[in-house]
Design a protein around this ligand. Structure first.
Ligand code: GLU
Length: 300
């Protein structure tokens, strides 16, 4: 794939634990519009490492639905399950350089620490064991997250969550490691995704530092919430969006992202709606969301 003229490379990175629902369509659409508006590339990566959570056929449904909505990606799709060697090589390197360590603490051992790792195995130098977790060491430096929409966030990882897991006790590579390894390998310059992942961003910035790689720009879009405050994807996790209703649903998604599409676009083919939306993309219109409980405008 030739480099994009603008230098912008974005991506959508769904987990195939369910079908594409309206909340994930919003993340896909926002990242697509941001990339295309910037004259950039938009890549697709299937984050299928958490094998017990993968729903059979969900990856194909996601590809088919994106296609039906006119959200065409550049280059080949990347499946994380085919990149295990790469993640293991990174882990080996970090272990060798003492940037990471084995940890055999159980859930029970950690239950009294409110999600903050107490450092139990930090100095124990446990030998390699595939049934141990692997954690990266953090220190008390402050990590600042700059986001194009959200207020600045400054976090001290040693205070919370402490040394964090990059390979789980069941040997599955943790999301934090895989997402950063791949964003670096794919040269991603801009990440546009749901604000539920804001919380993960400081850990990911830490891993960028370990990899000596430049951090991307971030835009975390507010989550679509149900009235009772549940994230849509949890409540309607099993309600896939219908590829046959693409024009109407895409129009609703543009409206929900507060892009103010003209009414006459409502029945236009998706390609026409997207052409308009790329030309008029205004991330500033997204409802600002200092917290995760932002509710979109009425009627969305
Ligand atoms: N795979 C993650 C998810 O579906 C998103 C990863 C990301 O955008 O960083 O929630």
């Amino acid at each position: 794939m030739p480099a994009s003229d603008s230098g912008y490379i974005g991506r959508f990175a769904p987990t195939p634990s369910g079908h594409l629902h309206f909340g994930s369509l919003l993340a896909a659409l926002a990242s697509y519009l941001d990339a295309r508006n910037a004259g950039g590339h938009w890549l697709l990566r299937i984050e299928d490492l958490d094998t017990p959570r993968n729903l059979p056929g969900a990856d194909q449904h996601i590809l088919h639905t994106l296609d039906a909505y006119g959200l065409h990606w550049d280059g080949p799709v990347v499946w994380q399950s085919r990149r295990l060697e790469h993640y293991h090589a990174l882990l080996e390197d970090w272990l060798r350089r003492d940037l990471a360590f084995y940890c055999n603490c159980s859930r029970q051992d950690l239950k009294d620490f409110a999600g903050v790792y107490p450092g139990t195995c930090r100095q124990r130098r446990l030998p390699a064991d595939s049934s141990h977790a692997i954690r990266v060491r953090v220190d008390d430096r402050l990590i600042s997250v700059a986001d194009r929409l959200q207020p600045p966030l400054v976090v001290c990882l040693s205070a919370d969550p402490g040394d964090f897991v990059v390979r789980r006790r069941d040997s599955i590579i943790a999301y934090q490691l895989a997402v950063v390894a791949d964003d670096v390998a794919q040269g991603i310059t801009d990440i546009v995704r749901g604000a539920d992942l804001l919380d993960s961003t400081p850990r990911q910035l830490w891993l960028y530092q370990l990899l000596d790689a430049p951090a991307p720009r971030y835009l975390h879009i507010p989550l679509l919430l149900q009235r009772d405050g549940d994230k849509l994807s949890k409540r309607l996790g099993s309600a896939p969006i219908d590829p046959d209703q693409a024009p109407a649903t895409l129009f609703r998604a543009l409206h929900t992202l507060a892009q103010q599409p003209p009414a006459e676009l409502a029945r236009a083919p998706v390609s026409e709606q997207l052409d308009w939306a790329i030309a008029h993309w205004q991330p500033r219109r997204l409802p600002g969301a200092p917290q995760f409980n932002q509710v979109y405008p009425a009627g969305s």
